[in-house]
Design a protein around this ligand. Structure first.
Ligand code: PGA
Length: 255
């Protein structure tokens, strides 16, 4: 059984006081939510404070990125995976499409970051997803396959089993245009099959594959109903305690 994960990606939002306010309200809304793992990814500067406030709770912390070099070293502006761990996070989002699009990240960068994150004992949430022009040209699967094989190379089976994949079609991120559950399911099942050829049936069967791209309280139930969707990576709707809690608590909504 794959335990679902609902992760909130705060992107470049929330000061430390705003993050603390969120945590205070959110904690009590999900206190009884044991059906899934709950993860929040604040900006680097808020990781330590948020982790401290979440200690002993059922919510864990992720970073939104990590340096490709394990460090320590002369890399001005970078934060290493072990420093992220030191600040209290257990997860790291790697290769988000905004990093690929605005900061020139390639599958090579993603691969190096995956190794750095796993090396530090953290779990990478590796983002893949096609752009609209790729989908329109009928090469969505080809693009996602390239990102998977390029990013997840040179990994042992046990390293690969530490990875969480997030399928985030770029055309669905922040646009209000969610992939239909069927479209998402189709790609998730494709990703699982590719993981099978790369790392074997064991890894394929156990890897959690999250969907991301305009996940909202009103579409999470239908998405989670799909056989190969094991959770969500939520941007905009994770910024308000109420809407993020409704997404986390999708189980009670479906009853
Ligand atoms: P969104 O972002 O939920 O605001 O579409 C998702 C993401 O970028 O991870």
């Amino acid at each position: 059984m794959r335990r679902p994960i609902i992760a909130g990606n705060w992107k470049m939002y929330k000061t430390i006081p705003e993050a603390v306010d969120f945590v205070r309200a959110f904690k009590s809304l999900v206190v009884g939510s044991t059906h899934c793992e709950i993860v929040i990814a604040p900006v680097f500067t808020a990781i330590k404070t948020v982790s401290d406030r979440l200690e002993g709770s059922n919510i864990e912390v992720a970073a939104q990125d990590a340096a490709a070099d394990p460090g320590p070293g002369a890399f001005t502006g970078e934060v290493s995976a072990s420093m992220i761990k030191d600040a209290g996070a257990r997860w790291v989002i790697v290769g988000h499409s905004e990093r690929r699009q605005y900061f020139g990240e390639t599958d090579d960068t993603v691969s190096a970051k995956i190794h750095a994150v796993i090396g530090a004992g953290l779990s990478p949430i590796v983002c893949v997803g096609e752009r609209l022009e790729d989908r329109d040209a009928g090469r969505a699967e080809q693009v996602v396959e390239g990102q998977l094989t390029g990013g997840m190379r040179n990994l042992t089976e046990s390293e690969a089993s530490r990875i969480i994949v997030a399928y985030e079609p770029v055309w669905a991120i922040g646009t209000g245009r969610t992939a239909t559950p069927e479209t998402a399911q189709q790609m998730h099942s494709f990703i699982r099959a590719r993981l099978g050829s790369l790392f074997g049936a064991g890894v394929a069967g156990e890897t959690r594959i999250l969907y991301g791209g305009s996940v909202k309280p009103d579409n999470i139930v239908a998405l989670m109903d799909q056989a190969d969707i094991d959770g969500g990576l939520v941007g905009g709707a994770s910024l308000e305690p109420d809407s993020f809690a409704r997404i986390v608590n999708y189980k009670s909504a479906s009853r």
